[in-house]
Design a protein around this ligand. Sequence first.
Ligand code: TPP
Ligand code: MG
Length: 365
Amino acid sequence: MTDTTTLSADPNQPLRLLPLGEQPAGDVSATGLSDDDLRSLYRLMALIRRADLEATALQRQGELAVYPPLIGQEAAQVGSAFALTEQDWIFPSYRELGAAVVRGVDLGEYLHFYRATWHGGTYDANAHRFGHVSVPVGSQVLHAVGYALGSKLDRLPVVTLVYFGDGATSEGDFHEGCNFAAVFGAPVVFFCQNNQWAISVPLAAQTVAPIWKKAEAYGFPGVQVDGNDVLAVYLATKEASDRAREHGAPTLIEAMTYRIGPHSTADDATKYRTEEEVERWRALDPLDRYRSWLSATDRADQGLFEAIDEEAKEFAAKLRRDVVASGPRPVEELFEWVFAGDLPPHLARQRDEALRFASEDGPNA
Ligand SMILES: Cc1ncc(C[n+]2csc(CCOP(=O)(O)OP(=O)(O)O)c2C)c(N)n1
Ligand SMILES: [Mg+2]
């Protein structure tokens, strides 16, 4: 089993591979990524940045009911999702549009959730191995651990990765999930995007001990990684998923990042944090850092960046077209897919009432 403490030269510093200030680049060859893979990571981050901004704009224009921006967290999501194999599963919270893109989820289908036209998105979770959007904070941790244990009992070489925030680590669900996974050897990667805030609650009001260190109490490895360094995130997740697959050992990854936007489009972050703090993190922008490194190491040139920008524009334009064209879902769907047989009589009655309402004066009229 890999000793994760060796990943970072200094255990008090997060694992980092991209250069930062005076700190030189780490051993990038440890990732095993080809130059094409390295360019793909940038392309994905660029598409996601653009799509995220478009979704925010769509909410402002009344096309989405609400949207939680992920700007600033692209490296944390792309680096981690990219490290998994196709058969591995991801259980997201509500801020993982980026991971959804890596998984090939159609964003028109994903954004049905935020258009308030369907619960969880209309994409096929099984086809993409990407669970539905989950808003109850921390709940998806339990779904992921249960799924991972099921895969293990079925003797499938499947790893399950679950995304959650710093705030979610205050929920019982997180602690119960960690303990259960450790005791039963569930092949899970607990991936915390520590974006420093849980709506208006800062990290310091959430926990005293660093999040990654909590793993020790459960008996499995924890690692803190620079969450704005896509290569470090990739390496930490690759090691964690290998360990889960080969040994059924969970890992807790704490990706140190920052929520540049508001909690959601319903939030005004200027009420509780300073512009200086936001600017400090803007200077660590995950796309800028990676782009500089790709250029400096001659892995990409201006022509490639321009082509990717063009592709990203079209990617966002398609998202816009799909969202604007998507209408309300058929009312009867609300009552489908839970019961294998007939609906119980009280739900059948409610369905009939809902259909009557929809046909008379509801939104589908
Ligand atoms: C069980 C539960 N309690 C409260 C909320 C309201 N709520 C939504 S997001 C959020 C903050 C979560 O913060 P964090 O886990 O750090 O994730 P982030 O939003 O920063 O990505 C809260 C309190 C909720 N959705 N579910
Ligand atoms: Mg948070």
